[in-house]
Design a protein around this ligand. Structure first.
Ligand code: UDX
Ligand code: UDX
Length: 459
């Protein structure tokens, strides 16, 4: 089967950038991204490229080159399914908030809805590609739904997990370490491999069975998150022993068996994937009664929650055991730099705990809006929305946001924070002025010289 039309259901952080790059590298394939969210599709179609719903360095340029040529954004899901030979499912798979597996298992209702929609609409053979991260054996469910349509259409199901990281999505897509395709039909696998081979070397396209592919995605995220929790565990030990976590990370990272990446101690990892995927892994392991396996991986999450709590506790303790009525500046709300995504960001939890201690919070983030910050806090349901509104303010200028604060907490590693005039910030703060650097971003001795009481992670 020669692929001429691709449809992707879900115009999110994964579907949008991935399909934009596929379209860029395959000018002869028409790629249509559909989404049930009309506002999101309208934003993708906005002539003002700064209004795209997702911020990723390099994305707007690719959309500008391809949109209207072979890349299209639409809400007409059925039309796109009908005309495509290959359909990617890239809808969100959040952690369940109800029923069995609540707080642990992935909620697959959107994936199932997509499968049912495809089953209902399709009149020709389709290759259905799982792009969303899914628990092992989800392909079985999709297969069963598609194969029980009662008509004679042939559906092939492939797993093709996405390994891009936000903030570097375009670069990761253009130069992937590997592309993983799982499936049991060699023909279908080759069709998808052909799409990627427009820009990815053959030896980087890895073909496995569908279950290995699904499990590899969860495992990759679990291993990455585990490295962060491991170095964060060591960071606390450093604080008690006068070892410096940056030095330890460098020393162990030079061991080629360990490697230098993902060893940056922080206030805790965030993002839509790490926690969700580990919880998923834990849930699956428990469902097979593999309690030691489940407990082992669950510890990565427990350590991460502890790291966030430890950070806010330190702020309260250092500010003479009370932040009640004190203004605290938060620099950075996104879960990492170069993205406007705030899902599971440490900033949300640190702020929530400081609000519990009756602090007044003043936030600045270069890419996150005030409305998003309020929504993130309200979604925790810790207190009435009106209290979040009264006690959390936002400012377009970092300097104004930090005026009259007792302390600054740096929660995202945005590059611009390093270039600020910290003497000016110091002059405008209450004294003693504290910095709690949750990203080890600033130079301790420089900050001390200005007059700050500077606290960082693991030093
Ligand atoms: C992705 C993956 O798909 C997810 O499995 C992974 O673990 C995290 O990253 P992401 O692209 O980040 O999800 O999600 P999101 O930005 O929420 O986009 C999903 C889109 O799917 C939304 O725009 C939503 O409106 C759309 N959607 C959802 C549909 O179009 N139809 C549905 O039935 C459900
Ligand atoms: C992750 C995976 O890297 C990617 O392969 C997968 O497809 C989706 O999940 P993402 O969540 O976008 O990507 O970002 P990532 O760069 O992995 O960072 C995750 C979190 O860990 C961030 O909050 C980041 O600040 C934190 N982190 C990362 C650290 O605290 N220290 C590190 O050394 C690395």
């Amino acid at each position: 089967m020669k692929i001429k039309n691709i449809c992707c259901i879900g115009a999110g952080y994964v579907g949008g950038p991935t399909m934009a790059v596929i379209a860029l590298k395959n000018p002869d394939i028409k790629v249509t991204i559909v989404d049930i969210n009309e506002a999101r599709i309208a934003a993708w179609n906005d002539t003002d490229l700064s209004k795209l719903p997702i911020y990723e360095p390099g994305l707007a340029e690719i959309v500008e080159k391809t949109r209207g040529k072979n890349l299209f954004f639409s809400t007409d899901v059925n039309a796109a399914i009908t005309e495509s030979e290959m359909i990617f499912i890239s809808v969100n798979t959040p952690t369940k908030t109800y029923g069995k597996g609540k707080g642990m298992a992935a909620d697959l209702k959107y994936v199932e809805l997509c499968a049912r929609n495809i089953a209902e609409i399709a009149t020709t053979d389709k290759i259905v590609v799982e792009k969303s991260t899914l628990p092992v054996r989800t392909a079985q469910a999709i297969k069963s739904i598609l194969h029980n349509t009662g008509n004679d259409i042939n559906f092939e199901i492939l797993s093709n997990p996405e390994f891009l990281a936000e903030g570097t999505a375009i670069d990761d897509l253009l130069n992937p370490d590997r592309v993983l395709i799982g499936g049991d039909s060699e023909k279908a696998i080759d069709c998808l491999a052909h799409v990627y081979s427009s820009w990815v070397a053959e030896d980087k396209i890895l073909k496995t069975n569908v279950w290995s592919s699904e499990l590899s995605k969860l495992t990759a995220n679990a291993f990455l998150a585990q490295r962060v929790s491991s170095i964060n565990a060591i960071s606390e030990l450093c604080e008690h022993t006068e070892a410096n976590v940056n030095e330890v990370a460098k020393a162990i990272g030079m061991d080629s068996r360990i490697g230098p990446k993902f060893l940056k101690a922080s206030v805790g990892f965030g993002g839509s994937c790490f926690q969700k995927d580990i919880l998923n892994l834990v849930y699956i392991a428990r469902s097979y009664n593999l309690n030691e396996v489940a407990n082992y991986w669950e510890q990565v999450i427990i350590m991460n929650d502890y790291q966030k709590r430890r950070f806010s506790d330190q702020i309260v303790r250092t500010l003479y055991n009370t932040v009640s009525g004190k203004k605290i500046g938060i620099l950075g709300w996104a879960f990492k730099k170069d993205t406007n995504d705030t899902r599971e960001s440490a900033a949300i939890y640190v702020t929530d705990q400081l609000l519990n201690e009756q602090a007044n919070i003043s936030v600045y983030d270069p890419k996150v809006s005030e409305a998003k910050i309020q929504t993130d806090l309200n979604n925790l349901n810790t207190r009435p929305a009106i209290e979040n509104q009264e006690n959390v303010s936002y400012n377009d200028s970092a300097y104004d946001a930090l005026k009259d604060t007792h302390a600054v907490a740096i929660l995202t590693e945005w590059d611009e924070f390093k270039t600020y005039d910290w003497e000016k910030i110091y002059a405008q703060m209450k004294k003693p002025a504290f910095i709690f650097d949750g990203r080890n971003l600033l130079d301790k001795s420089k900050m001390n010289k200005i007059g700050f009481e500077y606290y960082s992670i693991g030093q």
